[in-house]
Design a protein around this ligand. Structure first.
Ligand SMILES: Cc1cc2nc3c(=O)[nH]c(=O)nc-3n(C[C@H](O)[C@H](O)[C@H](O)COP(=O)(O)OP(=O)(O)OC[C@H]3O[C@@H](n4cnc5c(N)ncnc54)[C@H](O)[C@@H]3O)c2cc1C
Length: 412
């Protein structure tokens, strides 16, 4: 019998007939060539059955990391299963950095890129926008390389695992930089509406945390690069925190990255949590919706209209920004976005009631859901049909399709 596998949050039990842990690309090719239905598992940090299959599940965690920096091109190439934390350490040691990071360094590069995982920053695209090339083992077991500039490239980066096994990813790098972060507390709710653009742009990367409860936003985390203008003494009525903070104010900040304006390496400030802190399993579910950044104030009002359903299911919400990109299945496709994230309690009934209410309220704003989190209504993306065409060309037998992508991409 196949081993029993769950995702990080524990809310999804995968049901593959076989699990493979190949150690070479050749092995990946052989497994794919001999299989009827295949899906790939990264680090299993998605909250829905996106990676599931009744056929063969391939974990790419065992492929050698093989981190190669190309100083002339300004890129790094890595095995798809490498985690951002490991990559960040290697890059920083060589004097390089990525433009942005998500909140957790434990996720794999190919898995994060496949769902359009993002950090925050009005000028910063999601993590997939740093991809300059991919090497994919496609349906028949062939190894296909696609690079920026190739006709199919924009469809093959945020690809939900539906094109094949991404065995290598090449990413743009920049010279290493230092970042400091300041936490401000109790932003008057009315100031958020009045000064949204200034607050979102108050640093290289800005995140707001709120429980949608009172007349203040709990915290604003402002991350600034060395050389940026100095941090203000207060932010539209929000004052500096009197010590280190966890996004959920009642929790210990011991695992949070250093605050208080102390500069540090990019990878030790852009994520909210320390690299060496490894959450083994998550007592939470997550959802996230993206609307145009220009519609942010309307989106905040929409959430507040269903506050009665959201608050009982909520641990904390985070508000971030993501710059527009041209990647076909990216939720940020051609739209500068505000991201409304919800960390829920692990109670499916409460969460689905809140999700249904949110999706109904946010629909007029053409909200797009995060592919890797809990949602009901698939994001409607203008290039989805082009993606289906590309997938059917690269994988005519549908080897890499599963119920999730058929329902949310093919049937849409
Ligand atoms: C605690 C926590 C914090 C998070 N923070 C953020 C955040 O800050 N920002 C954000 O946007 N999201 C965030 N997420 C969501 C997370 O980034 C995404 O779900 C991401 O896709 C997970 O990556 P993974 O490696 O675990 O991929 P998995 O969940 O294992 O897989 C996701 C998809 O990628 C595909 N895939 C994985 N590896 C490959 C490969 N080598 N080749 C082809 N396809 C592949 C899978 O088939 C699947 O379709 C968070 C999740 C958790 C649990």
């Amino acid at each position: 019998m196949a081993e029993r596998l769950r995702n990080w949050a524990g809310n999804i039990e995968f049901g593959p007939a076989r699990v493979h842990r190949p150690e070479t690309v050749e092995e990946v090719r052989r497994i794919v060539a001999g299989a009827e239905r295949v899906r790939v598992l990264g680090t299993g940090h998605s909250f829905n059955p996106i990676a599931d299959t009744p056929g063969d599940l391939i974990s790419v965690a065992g492929l050698p990391a093989d981190i190669r920096i190309d100083r002339e091109r300004g890129t790094v190439s890595v095995a798809g299963g490498v985690r951002y934390g490991e990559l960040a350490r290697a890059l920083d040691a060589a004097g390089y950095a990525l433009h942005n990071l998500g909140s957790l360094p434990h996720i794999s590069v190919a898995g994060a890129v496949a769902t359009g995982t993002h950090g925050s920053g009005v000028g910063l695209g999601n993590l997939a926008t740093a991809v300059a090339g991919v090497e994919i083992v496609t349906g028949g077991g062939e190894l296909v390389s696609l690079g920026r500039g190739d006709a199919d490239f924009a469809g093959s980066v945020v690809a939900l695992g539906a094109l094949g096994v991404v065995v290598r990813v090449t990413l743009d790098v920049v010279p290493a930089y230092r970042v400091s972060q300041h936490v401000f507390e109790r932003l008057p709710r009315a100031q958020l509406d009045a000064h949204w653009e200034e607050i979102a742009g108050a640093g290289y990367s800005v995140s707001l945390f709120t429980g949608w409860r009172g007349d203040t936003v709990d915290q604003v985390w402002v991350k600034r690069r060395e050389g940026d203008a100095p941090a203000p003494a207060e932010l539209f009525g929000a004052g500096p925190a009197g010590g280190a903070r966890h996004p959920i104010a009642a929790m210990s900040p011991v695992n949070c990255t250093e605050q208080g304006g102390v500069p540090g390496p990019w990878h030790a400030r852009l994520p909210h949590f320390r690299l060496e802190f490894t959450p083994s399993a998550g007592d939470e579910l997550q959802s996230e919706y993206f609307v145009a950044r220009a519609d942010a104030v309307a989106a905040f009002a929409a959430v507040e209209r269903v506050r009665d359903l959201v608050v009982p299911a909520l641990q904390i919400s985070e508000i971030r920004t993501v710059a527009a990109d041209g990647l076909w299945l990216s939720p940020h496709y051609e739209r500068d976005s505000v991201a409304l994230h919800f960390t829920w309690v692990p109670n499916n009934d409460l969460v689905l009631r809140a999700v249904d209410a949110l999706e109904a309220e946010l629909a007029p704003l053409r909200a797009r859901a995060h592919w890797g989190k809990v949602f009901r209504r698939a994001p409607r993306l203008p290039r989805a049909r082009d993606f289906v065409g590309l997938a059917e060309r690269l994988d005519p037998r549908g080897t890499f399709r599963n119920a999730f992508v058929e329902r949310h991409v093919w049937a849409e």
